[in-house]
Design a protein around this ligand. Sequence first.
Ligand code: BGC
Length: 753
Amino acid sequence: MSTLKRLISRMTLEEKAGLCSGDQFWRTKAVERLGIPAINLSDGPHGLRAQGEEQDHLGVNDSRPATCFPTAAGLASSWSVELLEQLGAALGDEAQAEGLHVVLGPGANIKRSPLCGRNFEYFSEDPLLSSHLAAAHIRGTQSRGVGSSLKHFAANNQEHRRMSVDARIDERTLREIYLASFEHAVKEAQPWTVMCAYNRLNGEYCSEHARLLTTILRDEWGFEGFVVSDWGAVNERVPGLEAGMELEMPASGGERDAQIVAAVREGRLEEAVLDRAVERLLRITFRAVDARQESAEFDADAHHQLARRIACESMVLLQNDGILPLSNERRVAIIGEFAERPRYQGGGSSHVNATRVEPLLEALETRGALFDYLKGFEIDRDTPDPRLEQAAAEGARTAEVAVLCLGLPDRHESEGYDRTHLNLPANQLALIAAVTRVQPNTVVVLANGAPIAMPWAGQVSAILEGYLGGQAVGAALADLLYGEVSPSGKLAETFPHRLEDTPAHLNFPGDSDVVRYGEGIFVGYRHYDTLGTDPLFPFGHGLSYSRFDYANLTLSASDFDGQGSLTVSCDITNSGEREASEIVQLYLSDRTQSVPMAAQALRGFDRVTLAPGETARIEMGLSRRDFCWYDAERADWRLPTGIFEVRIGASSRDIRLNQCIEVRGDAVALPVIDRNILMGDLQRHEGATRVLRQHLADIADELPMLNGLMSRDGGDDLMDAMGHYLPLRALVSFSGFTEARLEDLLKDLKALA
Ligand code: BGC
């Protein structure tokens, strides 16, 4: 018997049930008589929210000072696994210093609609990018002996009715998009805990979804930690425990522990299920306690500098007619209250009490920049103020360049509710109009956690997307505006022209408590690229102060059968004048059209920093799964046969190199045989075609619609289509084929299985 099992055998039923819920907001229960310790959990993904006495899960009460790094929307634009790992490690170090054992994050939910109020906390609309960045975040934190809690599992893609809404998603979409965004992170980084989502998924609450929490998470992906409920996500405790949700947080005043005890006593719950949960909880608890570094401290200044570097690499230069970088000699009008009161993080449970905040004005003063500041608008109201606008326009007119610091005020996006539109507040729109009327050299700097519409983009010279840049936001902006660092971030999400262009527009946020993911796999760029809709700024887009040339694409083989891996290589040259980083993207375009496919899908990426004139050879690997689609009928990934195009791009809409490859896929599986199966579906299978030919040879002459089956060219499209879409049962209606012969045919077809 293992040590843990021996320990569990000494626990009372009440003690075991008690371990399955929290003691208070941020702590599990201890069992002192047996030496079982409690562990401390705390938000969140981009900075700690370790609270003292006043505790809450919505960021209302203060927490102890911690470094506030850029939020996930910005982090993802760095496309840098190294940076995410460093951030994770810094969080781990701060957690050790605060006596925390588990950090609640990262969030790997897909950005289904730009309206989701919590998009600032999520990485991407693409599952590959999201899951690789989440894995790096987890690796970093756990390397410091602190656990991560990958959240919110799964399909928590909106805030509207988040604790009750039922996300209805077809299986292929679920696997290829929403679960894939977690899958790699679980398999590769093995988070100590996974947090289940509030919502329901296809009818069942995620907190009691056995297929999600056990069949997929544990049996298929090999998850070894414990599942914790989102705060207050428990519906029925006993089914939740059975489904694989071990820890309820925060607590239920002992009520639900008592339900577990009663269920065991009354024989409704096997005690072995409870024991299994307790074992999973204890394994992580002891691991966390063993890894504690009692006298750990962190270097707040070093972390502030890390936050600055991360912010620099996360911001995205969306547009630039050459006005950026600014030279030190130019007199600049800095306009907009965000320059003095930056919005650098989001609202809700991830809200950090920053160790310090460096606004743009302070950073500009530090570097001795030549500037005047004008407020332009008030963050706390949306209505235009002609007096402030006029003063700003006057300041802009007499300067050489105007830098407008704009964005979404806190109340426009937050955990807890979704946005209803993509616009900037009216006062900021009026300010843009007033300033661009008098100053042609206008730069817009944005602070927002999710895409906004920019009908004004054509009127300004440059747009720098700062996202929610963390506590060093001002220093990072100054570094980029003045060219200390070349911008290198690229969008991890599409910026649409209009809300009406977005993939989920007709299905978001759903009807009452049901939201149907009617757009299926066509999420983000998969939607825009397949429809040919032009976005405002495409997925993967971001400009630099340098230039990069792409050349010499080679594939390690000219065909692929799913065995081993295929290496894609190319040369990237910095052909500009300054050191800069480039994010190289690999997309696959499936031309086999075995099933409806997106025009292309991201299957690899790399980030490289190059001196002027320097060339690097990039290598990215592709494996079987990258070419597969999910076959829900067979509950498995299928490799199709045919041509794929390998594309290397500087963005999803700036493909620089491409090459085709032939894929020899899985043998076509026999469809489920019954009397309603179509002839055309059977003919994709070699064996089934043979059987059909044998059984139908004698009636084929009288039925021209069987010409296709018999490989005869009747030259008649109508007849070919009729044959293709003919259910077997209809043979009896159109020929002398009898029901008895149909039975024989079905028997022989089934025998092929
Ligand atoms: C959020 C989680 C968070 C938890 C604890 C919930 O409201 O959805 O992301 O970790 O609160 O603060």
